[in-house]
Each structure stands twice: as C-alpha cells, then as structure tokens.
Design a protein around this ligand. Sequence first.
Ligand code: AMP
Length: 397
Amino acid sequence: MKSIDQVDISGKRVLIRVDFNVPIDASGNVADDTRIKAHFPTIGYCLDRNAKVVLMSHMGRPKGARVDKLSLRPVAERLAKLMEKQILFVDDCIGEKAEAAVAAMKGGDIVLLENLRFHIGDEKNESEFARALAGLCDVYIDDAFAVSHRKAASNAAITEFVKVCAAGFLLKNEIDYFQKAMGNPERPLVAIIGGAKVSDKIGVLENLIEKVDRLIVGGGMAFTFLNALGYEVGNSLCEKEMLDKAKSIMEKAKSKGVKLCLPVDCVVAEKASADAEAKVCSVEEIPKNSMGLDIGPATTALFSESLKDAKTVVWNGPMGMFEIDKFSKGTYEVASSVAASGALSIIGGGDTDSAVHRAGVSSKISYISTGGGAFLELLEGKTMPAVEALEKCGDKS
Ligand code: AMP
C-alpha cells in the first residue's frame, strides 16, 4: 500500500475519503470534533503542497435519501473554524455542482462534498457512482480507517477508476501500529478483551488465542467463561449458547501455553443502576439474585500483575459497566496499569477510548484507534477490503 508521501500531489486535485461521521447536537452543531481533527495531518500535508483538497465523507445512515439532519454542512462550518480557513461546501458529492466547484478550485483551496450516502451507490460499491467521484480528482487518498472494513464506492470501487491512489497518514498510522502490535510484536504480547458479550467477540478471541502470550478477559463476557468453568454466576450476563466456545478457547489456551486471566472476584449488585447497593465478592460466591458489574480488587491486582512486564498490549472493551461510577473502578485501574506498563499499547473501540480518557491516561497510550468495527475486524485477523483495494491500485500507479 502506497502512502500519501510516496505520490506526487503538488498542485493536483486530491480527493480524500475522510471519516467526518461526527455526533451532531440538538442545535445542529458538531458535538465532538475529534474525528475531524484526526485528518489534519493528511489535509495539512496536501495544503503545504498547494494541492486542491476535495474532502468526501459519510454521515449516519440515510440509505440513499437526502436527509437534512445528516448533512455535512455543520462539519464544513466547524472545519472552517478549526482551520481558520474558508471551506466551500457543495450540497452534492457528484454531478454538475461538484464538478463545477472542483473545476473552479485553486491550489490550497478546500471543498467539502455533501454526504456520500445521500446516494445509494456508495454503500452498494457501485461502479458508476465510483467513476463519478473519481472524475473529481487526479489523486485519490483514503484516510478513513473507521470504514475500511466495509466495501463502498468511495473506498473500494473508486480505486479502479483513479490513476494514482494512496493511504493518508491516519489510515497508514492505524495499519502500521496494528502491524507493530500483532505482526511481529515485542513479547510478552498481552491482549485485554472486555465488553458485554462473548458472541460479539468470539472471532477476536479465537484469533488472539493463536497470537498472544496472555489473554485477559473481563467485562460481562467473563461470566460466560466462569460459568463454563462451573461457577454459578447469578444474574450476571451469561450466554449459555457460548459455553462450548468458551470451553474450547480455554482448552486452546492450555494447549498453546497461553496464560488466560479471568476474574477471581467481582463487584455485584442486584440491579445495574447508580442507586444499587454494590459489594465485592469472590467468583465462587456470586449471590443468586445479583449480577457481576465490575471486576473486584483482587482481579484488578491480578490483571495489573499480568500487565507489568508486558512489552505489547492490545485492548478492546471495558472491564465492567463503567458508565456507572460505582462499576467503573476496574476499567480505570486496568487503564492505569496499561499506561504504567510502558508497553507499546494499542486500544480500540469507543468505550475503551472513553475509559482511557476518563482515567486520565490517554497520553500514555501509544495509539488510540479511530475505528471501532474496523479495529475489531483487524483483531479478528480479517483483511480490510478498502486496504486491499488500495494495495491493488498502488501497484498500477
Ligand atoms: P462491547 O460493545 O461489547 O465492548 O460492550 C460494552 C458494554 O459492555 C458497555 O456498555 C458496558 O457497560 C458493558 N459491560 C461491561 N461489563 C459488563 C458487565 N459485567 N455486565 C453488563 N454489562 C457490562
């Protein structure tokens, strides 16, 4: 896969697939601009080379219809403020208006096109739609890691119609860091997987068990593992239909010499709410009418010990229902232990991202992925269709 610094963009029309799928508040303004800022290295690099920068993105799921509240116009306004620069917003992403706007651009200008998904052709990866987008540029840059696990016209089919294409710095960074962690990692490599259900992350667990030295399992999903070991887990999240899968992962761990770390105690309550009475108990003593909603202090100590000498850590999913303060301690303490380990640490997923920020350790994490679903699919060992398309296209340019 070529990266943007390996292709000539000077003075050219550069079409960048970004991910500006940001939350919009009730008054129609951008509520969080983290995703916008994540593309600044790529956009800035193009501006420094006097390129004509055309940005395209999706927002939400309008399914081929024009939906006013999913317009990218507020993003154009925020982008203009952040960059202290005029941004021309075009209310369609293909067709005459887009073509005319791009034709009138000068070097250093920025155009933001309207939501790609107002046309059904994007999500359907349609050639005609891709050809129309490709007509707007000399060079195509994909910088939208968060959607690279799904084929769309704006990140897959388009590569068949452009002469030059490459990855932007955000996409390249995501893939490079992931490769560093999972390709040929410095060991011990420790994975931490948490969150609600085993069934959502079974592919991740099955792939990781083949690669890691230690696997830490926390969150709701740990109770399915504990139940598979014969523990009664009361009203905790437990997927009976996943018990065999959990057993087979534990057997695999044994046969491969992978250390599987499960909770030994937990914070339980009769209900998952802020006013519930919470107490700590060992996993052997979970009351019938209670549910485990966080890992307990002995587990935190155990997990922290497993992280101490780690050289590489990958983490997805909270250790408990961390949205509620009284069930958040385990997740924050694990975040602190990851930060303190000094390991190359890569985390992904919205909850994990927000947990390391709330724990105040985000600056000590080596890389925070911008992709939830895409990050999980990388952890599952899947190839990214958009990255494959870029690789193929890079060969011809
Ligand atoms: P996921 O999207 O699979 O990473 O799951 C994240 C969700 O799992 C968060 O909303 C947490 O509140 C929830 N979660 C984590 N631990 C537990 C638990 N022990 N019981 C119920 N929900 C949990």
